[in-house]
Design a protein around this ligand. Sequence first.
Ligand SMILES: Nc1ncnc2c1ncn2[C@@H]1O[C@H](COP(=O)(O)OP(=O)(O)OP(=O)(O)O)[C@@H](O)[C@H]1O
Ligand SMILES: [Mg+2]
Length: 301
Amino acid sequence: MAERVLVVGGVGREHALAWKLAQSPQVQQVLVAPGNAGTASCGKISNSEVSLSNHSILAQFCKDHHVGLVVVGPEVPLAADECIVDDLTAAGVPCFGSSAKAAQLEASKSFSKAFMERHGIPTARYASFRPAATSSTVDKALVVKASGLAAGKGVIVARDQDEACRAVMDIMKDRAFGSAGEEVVVEELLEGEEVSCLCFSDGHSVAPMPPAQDHKRLQDGDQGPNTGGMGAYCPTPQLPDQELLQQIRESVLHKTVDGMREEGTSYGGVLYAGLMLTNQGPKVLDFNCRFGDPECQPTSS
Ligand SMILES: Nc1ncnc2c1ncn2[C@@H]1O[C@H](COP(=O)(O)OP(=O)(O)OP(=O)(O)O)[C@@H](O)[C@H]1O
Ligand SMILES: [Mg+2]
């Protein structure tokens, strides 16, 4: 039966999702809330002004307008205490995205590092600190991360000890990223090529997407601060080796989905593993609980 789908979000990622969903013969219409100029009116796609903050109103809207599926793009509504997926699912509206508990894999770097340690998932060595810690805990060139959500800008790859100490003070004392910096993760600096390996999961199985690479730094030549993503391409030549790809799928994607389920937090939606291909093998830099923007754009084409 033809379905009406509601996509939540308003950047390039949601445009790509709406564009791809609209290609399905099963989909009659795609609404995007709030959407953007590109999704305002484009074939089967149009924008909707429905409230995203009041989930009872949103659930009623979906029922009244025969929305058969809600697809959530960004991390903030997934990780919020009042998680959009949890609320809509409870109201009987089918929803694609992770639960608030599962979204902790992205929303708390401290949680995700401890999770990886518990399950033997390869990642950089780390320590995490609450505000009582001071810059004296930083003893060599390191990566300093605000543990919470900071729109891709809360990670400082320090060139030396001074820069790492400054980053700790900026995040913890001057609250450069607000409450996202109440806890800080300090990691060993990994070297290598980066790849983004995304998959769909229903909490049991894993359906991988082709690997992508994005450009995180602001300036050419991988210089300047992190931005959350300046552009991406896919598939990436960094992973021509099917064996390596299979290793990543087993030792990272499957292990994560299995580990979350074993801990009582079934992982549904998109799992995004940001990886560094180091001399010692692939290591996880970061988990996200949704499609990347920009990775979603080349991956969906
Ligand atoms: N341990 C590390 N060693 C070297 N570089 C790192 C390390 N951790 C992070 N980085 C660099 O910083 C970037 C951002 O880190 P991370 O993915 O943890 O942050 P984020 O804010 O969650 O970003 P995103 O918006 O992509 O989810 C990485 O893509 C990578 O380039
Ligand atoms: Mg992230």
